[in-house]
Design a protein around this ligand. Structure first.
Ligand SMILES: NC(=O)c1ccc[n+]([C@@H]2O[C@H](COP(=O)([O-])OP(=O)(O)OC[C@H]3O[C@@H](n4cnc5c(N)ncnc54)[C@H](OP(=O)(O)O)[C@@H]3O)[C@@H](O)[C@H]2O)c1
Length: 343
């Protein structure tokens, strides 16, 4: 790695594409890196900006060209985009055309009816605000963050189409949609000439929902890609909680994971998965990432990280041999849906 983070001027690693791998997104022409980086946790106003900057630039140096954000990420809401916008302005701006930048809207960020849902008002207002926070003229992917049954799907689809027609987004996506609604909006968008690029669901060894509800198959049939979030189940699919709960871990400092998730049953199953990973000469985190990427319709594994070490460690998952049928069977035995999660 030949990157240099100097006081003011950042130069990206010249070898950043040497090891990076890319995967096609559905039937589109867009390739995404096997690992995309999300700024949901630890990129708000409550963590040091310099650490955030170091992690973001390190990700780019590793060939992670896709950064996932949302108006909601913080705390407070919008802070993660303001921080990323600063990195873009001060360091990454000259690489903008090598970066796929995503934002999302519609997950509540306030009490106003215009700060949530799936209306044109909420989605297009949020997008304008996000563009200002990010300091960019366009995002590459604009998502409806979560379904809103109270808004006609036609209106939500038309807002996504407008974002593209106005030149504020290149592609559109949805997140957390059940397959029936995803299929419906995919049809509406196709008819409008703006095909659904991608769906962002949760998927990991401990959350098999998209295998069970048919979304994996639907993605293939409808021609959209899947970018799967929390592939490490927020860190549960690493060895970090096997003995004790580290002070700096998400289970201590986030409202989305807590010590209540670390049950005896969780530890027992995770220890078995950890043994399997060790027998392959890798870590559980690496095994868990390989496991989601074994699905051809998964375009990218959307990871988080609180250190550059985690990033280096996790992207190395790509270097290990494919999981065998016997190993997949062991993962199915111990990787029970719902383990450690509040499903
Ligand atoms: N669309 C949606 O509704 C939605 C919802 C959730 C997330 N997302 C997206 O998905 C992205 C990733 O989600 P996520 O952060 O939950 O993904 P994840 O990859 O499952 O978990 C990442 C966290 O696990 C821990 N970790 C990572 N690698 C590790 C390692 N090698 N050893 C030990 N611990 C390790 C770190 O937390 P600590 O070090 O802090 O413990 C890290 O922040 C988000 O940033 C966001 O962009 C989208």
């Amino acid at each position: 790695m030949t990157a240099r983070i100097v006081d003011t001027v950042y130069s990206a690693a010249t070898d950043r594409y040497a090891k990076a791998t890319f995967r096609r997104t559905g039937d589109s022409g867009l390739d995404l890196p096997s690992f995309s980086f999300g700024l949901w946790q630890k990129f708000g106003a409550d963590y040091a900006y310099e650490t955030q900057r170091e992690i973001i630039l390190h990700a780019f140096d590793l060939g992670i060209t896709h950064f996932d954000n949302a108006d909601r990420y913080g705390p407070p809401h919008r802070a993660a985009q303001i921080n990323f916008g600063r990195v873009l302005a001060e360091d990454l701006g000259r690489y903008r055309d090598e970066i796929v930048l995503s934002t999302k809207a519609g997950n509540p960020i306030g009490e106003s009816p215009y700060l949530k849902g799936g209306s044109r008002k909420a989605l297009l207002g949020s997008l304008d605000h996000s563009l200002r926070d990010l300091g960019t003229d366009y995002v590459d992917i604009f998502y409806h963050h979560r379904p809103d049954a109270s808004t006609p799907l036609e209106e939500t689809a038309s807002a996504l189409v407008s974002a593209v027609e106005q030149g504020k987004a290149l592609y559109v996506g949805v997140s957390n949609y059940q397959p029936d609604r995803a299929h419906e909006i995919a049809q509406l968008l196709r008819t409008a000439g703006v095909p659904l690029l991608i769906h962002q669901p949760r998927y990991s060894i401990y959350d098999r929902s998209i295998e069970r509800n048919g979304l994996l198959q639907l993605a293939q049939d409808d021609g959209f890609g899947l970018i799967v979030y929390s592939p490490l189940a927020q860190g549960l699919l690493t060895g970090k909680y096997l003995e004790a709960i580290p002070d700096d871990a998400r289970a201590v400092n986030s409202s989305f994971l807590s010590s209540a998730n670390i049950t005896d049953e969780y530890r027992q199953r995770t220890a078995e998965l950890n043994k399997l990973a060790e027998s392959r000469g890798q870590s559980l985190a690496q095994l868990a990432l390989q496991w989601v990427l074994r699905q051809p319709t998964v375009s990218s594994a959307l990871i988080g990280a609180s250190s550059t070490w985690q990033l280096d460690h996790n992207v190395a998952a790509i270097d290990f041999p494919d999981l065998t049928d016997d190993e997949l069977a062991i993962i199915d035995e111990h990787g029970v849906h719902g383990t450690g999660l509040n499903l």
